[in-house]
Write a protein that binds this ligand. Structure first.
Ligand code: SF4
Length: 458
């Protein structure tokens, strides 16, 4: 099935910024302003969806408008930095009046075009209202109703409704994530035959895929974390198996904090935690815990649901942030199951959410039952649809929405976080020094840029 990719197409919008000239003149009609104040005024308007306007482009436009006599700029007296103050000229006021007539014409034309498109478009109007209801609920800081989220997932992933959902989710990413793309890096610290025997994990001892315990040295972990941070990763995750000693993990966190300078957050992805464990990890320098109630928990995993929920509650009640994806999703998972896990994440205060597709590792029960290949794994369109629903459901609570494995469509539909991993990966049978599937931080940053996100900086 063809992946829907409307990158760069006018149907995804982004052309409103062409109206920046009348907006600047409208702001200056209220009185002269400095360039910085103008930029702030522009940012507050809906043209950029809450993101910062392109500063260089705005100053270039101001210069061009000055050249055409639409505005007048003066250097501020008594300053050496050349701060300029802009005022509208008489010619600018006349131009602004002309813009008013032109915009009225545009509006009439747009209304007629919209009516035509609506008539030709079979999209259910009730679906548009549903999307808006979910968006407004989460933007107000409330958790949307399960039935509404299930209805969003119930439309075909390749449909006008799903495309509308994706578009609205991308709009929300501009607003709640400040249009910033980020990279989540993960280091698989150890792998060993694990008695919990989760059906999708290559480490399960019953599957016999991992026979000998392996563990990275502290020096190797520090070197890798330095590399990830230098390349631009925002999170560094220490991922361990279920029975990794907690005191050893705390030592590793302290070591990272001591040896790896930089503006990044330390994540631990480990076994079950009691409140005291969470507090001790925070004291050691950790910021985030990755922990989830997985799809099929208690059936395809060796855990009791209550045990997983206890850990989620311990993290929620600590000073640590919770990161919780909906995972591992296969094509067989029903909308209601997906929504139940998503709501578990939101009700436990997850600050990062999103979706991870299951990789069918041959030799594991999931791999053997479902097989491999495109029909046995989640379609990229469905992955993007779930990413869009997590974005809409998370609202202001979850500014970061992750998709794994990475797809451009999911980024265009609201996800803003990509994962880069190395070492032991439970979706593979051999640990490695290389980045998983040769997807590194630079690849992630390029893909985020391609989807229109800003990367780098705080
Ligand atoms: S997912 Fe974690 S707990 Fe389950 S088998 Fe793998 S390592 Fe063990």
């Amino acid at each position: 099935m063809e992946e829907l990719d409307f990158a760069g197409c006018a149907c995804t919008g982004g052309t409103l910024q062409r109206f920046v000239q009348p907006v600047i003149m409208g702001l200056l009609a209220q009185g002269p302003q400095h360039g910085y104040a103008l930029l702030q005024g522009l940012r507050a308007l809906p043209l950029w969806g809450g993101a910062a306007p392109d500063q260089t482009g705005v100053y270039r436009l101001l210069k061009s408008m000055e050249g055409r006599g639409l505005l007048h700029a003066e250097e501020e007296e008594g300053r050496t930095t050349g701060r300029r103050r802009y005022a509208l000229t008489e010619r600018g006021r006349a131009c602004l009046a002309q813009w008013e007539a032109t915009l009225e014409d545009y509006r009439r034309t747009l209304d007629a075009t919209l009516a035509l498109v609506r008539e030709a478009n079979p999209m259910d109007r009730a679906f548009i209202r549903l999307v808006e209801r979910v968006a407004q609920t989460s933007l107000a800081g409330r958790i949307p109703a399960a039935a509404d989220l299930e209805a969003l997932l119930a439309v075909p992933a390749v449909s006008a409704e799903a495309a509308f959902l994706g578009r609205r989710a991308r709009d929300m990413a501009r607003r709640t994530a400040g249009n910033r793309g980020r990279v989540w890096s993960a280091i698989g610290v150890d792998c060993r035959p694990c008695s919990m025997n989760c059906g999708f994990c290559s480490f399960g001892e019953k599957w016999g895929l991992v026979r000998e315990p392996q563990e990275w040295s502290a020096a190797r972990i520090v070197d890798t974390a330095r590399r990830f941070v230098a390349q631009g990763a925002h999170w560094v995750t220490l991922r361990t198996t279920e029975h990794y000693p907690p005191e050893k993990l705390r030592d590793l966190v302290r070591l990272l904090r001591r040896e790896v300078p930089g503006d990044y957050r330390v994540v631990v992805n480990t076994g079950e935690l009691a409140p005291a464990d969470a507090a001790a990890l925070a004291a050691a320098g950790a910021n985030v815990v990755y922990h989830t109630l997985r799809l099929g928990e208690g059936k395809t995993t060796g855990f009791k649901v209550a045990t997983r929920l206890d850990t989620l509650a311990a993290v929620r009640d600590s000073s640590l942030d919770l990161a919780h994806l909906v995972e591992p999703v296969g094509p067989e998972h029903a909308d209601a199951e997906i929504v139940a896990v998503l709501l578990t994440a939101l009700r436990h205060g997850a600050r990062l959410c999103g979706v991870m597709a299951r990789v069918n590792v041959p030799g594991t029960p999931c791999g053997d039952r479902a097989g491999t290949g495109p029909d046995a794994e989640l379609a990229p369109e469905r992955l993007a649809q779930i990413a869009a629903v997590t974005r809409l459901a998370g609202g202001v609570q979850t500014p970061d929405i992750c998709v794994h494995p990475p797809t451009l469509q999911a980024l265009h539909w609201g996800a803003n976080v990509l994962v880069v991993e190395t070492g032991a990966v439970p979706r593979d049978v051999a640990e490695s020094d290389a980045d998983w599937r040769a997807f590194g931080v630079e690849d992630a940053l390029s893909l985020l840029l391609e989807a229109g996100y800003a990367v780098g900086g705080a």
